[in-house]
Design a protein around this ligand. Structure first.
Ligand code: SF4
Ligand code: SF4
Length: 436
């Protein structure tokens, strides 16, 4: 386990702001309820509803999920190729919480933090605070799936549902991971760390050592390179690597070595040897080449996916319907040659507000209305997120001999918003004529 030395500096201050903002966002988002009454973000798995920024999504909207995953993947490709592993050093929960745990450790144990001879009693105080932080963070993580108000209400009544056990599990996992596994996760377990080197090239903007100025390092006898071999960049590194040996899987691009070298070099009246540069910048001393085949291809793919996703979101209907012939009740041809068919419907309102709907049935080949005889009525109201499953009985007009000989009626069920008929969803149904 590596306990690195703290390091102040410009990058540290900027990271504090970014990390503070992200942590505040993470802890506040599950508590926000919009004026419509729906949560800002909630992945309600038991009810199969995903509330995202005022929109309600359901698993049947697979294309939107597909666009979302594709956007995430391509963004990762694009941003890594342009600005390297900024995610790791500035936004990854592993880095943020390891940093936070270190602050707690130093606050209680001071210079004894991470040392074998640290007072046992104080060590247990640190572990207790880590556990508490892990519990609070896990509670908020679970709050993205279950309402935090509901959880608190249940805990207050002494009721411990499944989510409580999940919270305990994540608390234990976080305590062990952040408290003891720490940088080993980034170095050996994180899949992103493994393939990031494939996404970057010599033009990617990353934490880099200026070996042209720094090497050969100075020692007591020589005065050649600018690097004074103070090793500060190594002792402040949270993953314990030496950036002077080049780009490594272990580098999370946190910039601590940049701050360390900046302060050391300032004493020599020189510019830092470690900074956010590209490798080719060090070679050529020219500007960073942002536009190159790799970044252009990723940008084009990302733009195509974003346009597709935006189109899908804009044209998305705020309700869904599944319509199917009722298998246990086949259609019946009545004595006066009317066809009676039984249809099962499953309709969900995915608008953030309550809506009124209307259903109609049509014979599309002959462009005739089919009567809806029974069921829940042809107009009904659904609350936001409400799902209604019911059956309807359809009855055609008297069929002619030629219609009967066609063996089926190509039907259609239309669901529309009662106040805005332009919002409509149609599902085709084949109503089989028995005995044909
Ligand atoms: S080498 Fe520098 S940027 Fe990379 S992890 Fe270590 S301190 Fe952070
Ligand atoms: S902090 Fe700078 S000067 Fe010191 S060893 Fe690292 S690169 Fe060299």
């Amino acid at each position: 386990m590596i306990i690195s030395r703290p390091q102040s500096g410009k990058i540290r201050t900027r990271r504090n702001w970014v990390m503070g903002f992200l942590v505040a966002l993470f802890f506040s988002a599950p508590w926000v309820i919009l004026p419509s009454g729906s949560p800002l973000i909630r992945l309600d798995i038991p009810n199969r509803m995903f509330h995202l920024f005022g929109g309600l999504f359901i698993p049947q909207e697979g294309l939107i999920l597909w666009f979302f995953l594709l956007t995430m993947g391509l963004s990762l490709f694009f941003f890594t190729s342009v600005i390297g592993r900024v995610w790791c050093g500035w936004a990854c929960p592993q880095t943020i919480y390891t940093d936070f745990f270190d602050r707690i450790g130093r606050l209680i144990l001071d210079s004894k933090y991470g040392k074998k001879d640290a007072p046992i009693f104080k060590k247990y105080i640190v572990y207790s605070i880590w556990l508490l932080v892990s519990f609070v963070a896990s509670f908020h993580w679970i709050a993205y799936f279950v309402s935090p108000y509901e959880m608190i209400g249940a805990y207050a009544k002494g009721s411990f549902e499944t989510y409580f056990y999940f919270t305990l599990f994540f608390t234990g996992a976080m305590f062990i991971d952040i408290g003891f596994i720490r940088e080993q996760f980034c170095k050996y377990a994180c899949p992103y760390a493994r393939f990031q080197t494939l996404l970057m090239d010599e033009h990617s903007w990353n934490v880099t050592y200026d070996y042209k100025r720094g090497e050969p390092r100075r020692d007591k006898k020589t005065q050649i390179g600018d690097c004074i071999a103070c090793n500060m960049c190594v002792v402040v590194c949270p993953t314990g690597i030496d950036i002077r040996e080049g780009l490594q899987v272990g580098c999370v691009a946190c910039g601590k070595c940049v701050d360390a070298c900046t302060s050391i070099m300032a004493k020599e009246n020189k510019k830092t040897l470690i900074g956010y540069f590209s490798l080719s910048q060090i070679e050529t001393r020219g500007p960073i080449k942002w536009i190159r085949p790799r970044t252009v291809i990723y940008a084009i793919l990302l733009s195509i996916v974003l346009v597709g996703a935006s189109y899908k979101l804009i044209t998305r209907l705020p309700f869904s319907m599944i319509a199917a012939n009722n298998k246990s009740m086949p259609p019946v041809l009545l004595t006066d040659n009317r066809l009676r068919a039984f249809v099962s419907l499953r309709i969900q309102n995915i608008d953030p507000n309550e809506q009124e709907y209307k259903i109609e049935a049509l014979d599309i080949r002959h462009n005739k209305k089919i009567q809806i005889l029974s069921g829940e009525g042809t107009t009904f109201t659904l609350r936001s997120g409400e799902l209604k499953s019911f059956s309807v009985v359809l009855e055609t007009d008297v069929l002619t001999a030629s219609e009967i000989s066609e063996s089926f009626i190509p039907g259609l069920i239309r669901l529309s918003n009662a106040h805005d008929p332009s919002l409509k969803l149609e599902k085709a149904l084949s109503l089989k004529i028995p005995g044909t």
